[in-house]
Design a protein around this ligand. Structure first.
Ligand SMILES: [Zn+2]
Ligand SMILES: [Zn+2]
Length: 266
């Protein structure tokens, strides 16, 4: 079961207050650029080779995801006791609608500081910001990402939703580790467009990569993914060391998650 979160007295709170609240909850440790031993694409720790040297990309990123995802930026790391619980509450727990506010605030403050960094790092301004949709029958058609975006009007206005549609429901807990060519549909012509696509979390990466695949099929030139969390798993050997470090790491929005990743001046 996920932990509970006590609703603060947030009358008059600004986005910076919500980010401070998230920091106090210790649920959103920052992702740092070029972290030793982590995958250059998905930011999860990579296994080591026979000499004990970490691979620069994990297997799925190397073999599949890098062909459709030109980049990926998580706002923080997510673990079971951390951000995963907030995301789960927002999606599934009535009475926790207020947790949309800290997520929207994190996104707003993060983009304010780092959207231009992401654009510089990955080839220029985006033509479109869009979301990975849920299936129309999931949770009665309530799309939690839309609801999060709608909680801050200027944030919502940046996004174009409905570019992708989800063709079928995934089974609860299903973790696809591959690109599904038919999971999403897109009727738009995105020829030459540079797209930032938002999802809540990167877990196995298959859903995001499938969304990126469909955007590329619709002729997008560049697809960069952004998520609130990069999920780590305590029962995966190669993730354990990083998970043990996370309690000592804060959410620090001054820390740039992309500076130093493939930049000409790095
Ligand atoms: Zn990877
Ligand atoms: Zn930055």
């Amino acid at each position: 079961m996920y932990r509970t979160f006590v609703r603060p007295n947030h009358a008059g709170w600004k986005t910076t207050d919500w980010v401070a609240w998230l920091t106090e909850q210790h649920v959103a440790p920052s992702v740092t650029a070029d972290e030793e031993g982590t995958c250059a694409l998905c930011r999860a720790p990579t296994p080591t080779d026979a000499r004990g040297v970490h691979y620069t990309r994990c297997f799925n990123c190397q073999k599949q995801y890098a062909s459709v995802l030109d980049g990926f930026v998580p706002m923080c790391y997510s673990v079971h006791d951390g951000l995963e619980g907030i995301l789960w509450r927002v999606k599934n727990s009535p009475g926790y609608e207020w947790l949309r506010a800290p997520l929207a605030s994190l996104l707003w403050e993060f983009l304010g500081r780092h959207l231009s960094c992401i654009e510089k790092a990955y080839g220029g301004p985006f033509d479109m910001l869009t979301t990975v949709p849920t299936h129309s029958e999931t949770r009665g058609g309530r799309n939690h990402l839309s609801l999060i975006l709608q909680s801050i009007t200027p944030l919502n206005n940046l996004w174009t939703e409905g570019v992708l549609t989800k063709n079928y429901r995934e089974k609860a807990g299903e973790r696809r580790r591959r690109i599904s060519t038919d999971l999403f549909g897109c009727s738009a012509n995105l020829e030459g467009k540079r797209i930032l696509v938002l999802d809540d979390t990167f877990t196995s990466g298959g859903t995001l990569a499938s969304a990126a695949y469909t955007l590329k099929q619709a002729r997008a030139s560049t697809v960069i993914a952004l998520t609130f969390g990069r999920q780590l798993h305590a029962d995966w050997d190669e993730h354990r060391y990083l998970i043990e470090q996370l309690p000592y790491r804060n959410l620090d929005l001054q820390e740039c998650p992309v500076h130093g990743v493939g930049l000409p001046w790095s």
